[in-house]
Design a binder for this molecule. Sequence first.
Ligand code: TTP
Ligand code: MG
Length: 362
Amino acid sequence: MTRIIFHCDLDCFFAAIEIRDNPQFKGKPVIIGADPKGGKGRGVISTCNYEARKYGLHSAMPISRAYKRCPHGIYLKPDGKKYYKVSREVMGILETYSEEFQKVGTDEAYLEVTNITNSFVKAERIAKKIQKEILSKVGITISIGIAPTKSLAKIASDENKPNGITIVKPDNIHEFLKDMDITRIPGIGKKSKVYYYKNGIRKIGDIISKPLPKIMKLFGKHGSWIWKVVNGLDNRQVKEFHVDRKSISAERTFYTDTDNFNEILSRFEEINESIHKSVIKHQITYKTVTLKIRFEGFQTFTRSKTLPFHIQDKDYILNIILDLFREFSNSNKKVRLLGIKLSNFERNSKTRQTNLAKYALI
Ligand code: TTP
Ligand code: MG
């Protein structure tokens, strides 16, 4: 059965919010990031709007270089709290469209609508409705990719930005991908690209045209995953959390590594909050709580505590997590990733409820 999955990604997210709140910036290059200090500033761009991208500016570019290319741009410092609030508003809207919902970053999420429709025409109508609702309630635009797998939906959402909808049907996968550079595939970054290029593979079509054993011989496991992706065989499920028979977990990476306790605390609260939504939905009680922490440089630790009884208590979990975190609070390294895992659990019958009202008009 063909699945229908959406990948929704907000357009130049931080910049879009600042332009929404300062309409006088509309049509001008707007750059969010470090202070350029007249070209002498240190640090990088977080994001910039599409006008600024015309000058070659992009996320992670040194701000001094950006200033040289675009000195007349409007440079603003990020307002993380404001963006976080907007992200929650958008996610709150998206999750009403399907029970199969997975937030994957501040500005992107997957939705699976297979249980709601098997028609790509109807799926497109749903996507338009999402765009309209987010624009009218939040005031920013979002691009949506619609495809039979998560990775194809992600590639598609990037194809027609801003405010685009791109549909990849099962019989159109190869045509859609074949001329794209391989770096469009999620999982091929700057480093692995070099290796693929060296072996004469530049376009996605170069992978499609080769049999799996040959790709595996050249690129091993990574290659076999990439081959599956480009042939529409990524069968990963859409779900908010990693839930299996034994555990439920969630983790978040900071955009910028931090040692600020307030930021760390609010990230723990955020993870805990979202895990508990699922805990309640799946009627789970648990005994073991695990903290995961990764520092700059990728050093990773886990610490667990097991209780003598099963519980379902959000505040209690946060206390345990902060207790486990104490061991690390004096390390002078910055934190890159935090995670919480609940395990050793008992699970009752699962209740599912789809918001059918949303589909009354589609
Ligand atoms: P992205 O979705 O990668 O970028 P974007 O939404 O700004 O632009 P696009 O229209 O291409 O999707 O990231 C979302 C937000 O995350 C972005 O607005 C700012 C932040 N971010 C950083 O702070 N640093 C980074 O290096 C990246 C990639 C994003
Ligand atoms: Mg985005």
